[in-house]
Design a protein. Structure first.
Length: 81
């Protein structure tokens, strides 16, 4: 099938040079590029849905610890070390 493409002049020149070095046609080079791109799109794994781990234990914060204060939380974390 024949089609018309608008390709950046620099990209086209580079592609023609590569095709000449590989002793192939520009058409074949473009076809190979499209095949590679389409193949990688089909193989790309779908992102798995991951569950966020949730602690279901008992207890909670130490009495008097302000959970809205980053400083208080960091200080409490340093106390355990």
């Amino acid at each position: 099938m024949k089609t018309t493409l608008d390709i950046n002049d620099s990209l086209l020149a580079t592609a023609k040079s590569l095709a000449a070095q590989q002793q192939t046609t520009l058409t074949r080079l473009i076809e190979e590029g499209l095949q590679l791109r389409l193949r990688s799109a089909q193989v790309a794994p779908k992102a798995k849905k991951r569950n966020m781990p949730v602690f279901k234990g008992r207890g909670g914060l130490v009495a008097g610890l302000n959970p809205l204060s980053n400083k208080a939380m960091l200080d409490a974390a340093d106390d355990d070390a």
